[in-house]
Design a protein around this ligand. Sequence first.
Ligand SMILES: *Cc1c(COP(=O)(O)O)cnc(C)c1O
Length: 549
Amino acid sequence: MVSQDKTAKVDFESLLRIFTVPEGPESTLTQIEDRLSLNLNEFLKEHIVAEEKPLREIEKDFNDSLLPESPSFVSEHTQHLLDTLVSHSVHTSSPSFIGHMTSALPYFLMPLSKIMIALNQNLVKIETSKAFTPLERQVLGMLHSLIYAQDDDFYAKWMHSAQHSLGAFCSGGTIANITALWVARNNAFPADGDFKGIEQQGIFKALKHYEYEGIAILVSERGHYSLKKAADVLGIGRESLIAVKTNENNKICLDDLEAKLVELESNRIKTIAVVGIAGTTETGNIDPLEDIAKQCQKHQCHFHVDAAWGGATLMSNKHRHLLAGIELADSVTIDAHKQLYIPMGAGMVLFKDPHAMASVEHHAAYILRKGSKDLGSHSLEGSRSGMAMLVYSSMHIISRPGYELLINEGLDKAQYFADLVSQQDDFELITDPELCLLTYRYIPARVRLALEKASGKNKHKLNELLNGLTQFIQKRQRENGLSFVSRTTLTPKQWDSMTTIVFRVVLANPLTTHGILNSVLNEQREIAKMAPSLHKQIDSLVSTIESKL
Ligand SMILES: *Cc1c(COP(=O)(O)O)cnc(C)c1O
């Protein structure tokens, strides 16, 4: 804890020092920096306490709402952070934490991000981000060419053009999705005669002018919740984000999509966009993008692909065919802070047509003047950091083939784990990995047989008990702090669409080994034994079911 010396006073001289000279080589902070750069993983392992502390306990360290009235020494405060904050942080970079889309980071991003923070450029306008603005435009160009592969002339013409934009760099997939749908909405209701465009006159007048009764966005039922937020902030309403059915592989059902498009049209509801998913958050599946593109063309609506997580697969020449059709999308979301191994706060949306973003262009008197190259004239966000620099650096340091190795490794590992799960007689694979994400659950052979044979109430009752067991295992595993898998709820067709709680695993950390995957299953098997009363209920229900056969 900080020894709060109540008599300590702030003086201007020492305040000036925090803006000029850092503490000497002996200071706690400098030592920590050295340790961080010498061996990041050791540092984290040493300082993060494995066993989970209840949130309520942690909150006690963050309970004082009064602003500090006396200053602390940097070293003292750093120690305070180590004790209260670092110690109970989640070890997201641990190779046995395989439940998140957040993975380990390459070491060079730590020192490079210090350069970024030191320069403190504001990407909203050229005035505060010379060099960073062209760099960010280049990064957008790189991602654009990864998706759309236009020729050199295209990029020479548009990448640095003041009036055009290949996309927007933003804080994440949520803002990227909102930006894409914002553009789609505005392009669907452009200025026409008296009407000055939806961006000027709003939804009510737009609908009246174009004689529509409403607006809709379509996405499969596996759509990310950020799309609901988008429908809400864009004034369309969450109910107007319409869920299209999925098939047994969690992919959008094309017949249902067509039916919904036709129905909306006949009700004079304007579908402003269909969203295809390239890597669903829960199961990692990819929609049939080529087919969706065809339907969008037929119905004249914007085709957006949410590839926040799966988009990085395009780096792999071996696997990029899985996303075939993405190049037909009008816009694509990619999160660099997921499978491009960039720290949090790096999302992008790319537009096929460099003119597409004109409908959201915004100018102001003192900045973002017409004809300026200010990125802020096309972005939802205002002041923004130079995060694109880290993407730029990673692209150069790792390079496309390096990313390909990382992606291929993740997919291979997911296949290995899927095979491993399938070989166990007390686990079952629920969804096969199409990318590096899969789901499974613990279910002893005898229980599985009973669940297959059971019907009606008993079947649901047994499934409920298994859900309880999955939940118990996942929670206890997290509390133990040795390893982590996440959990989600699915309605697998192989189990008659019963609500099924599953373990969810994302294998993007290159440091995760086959040995670790084996021990994750072993740990879950051991934890399963620690729920005797659940087992008793399961066993007795299984016996009842067996006796009826
Ligand atoms: C993660 C994710 C998002 C949201 O991205 P954030 O960066 O968390 O805002 C959107 N869509 C999909 C498919 C995602 O996986």
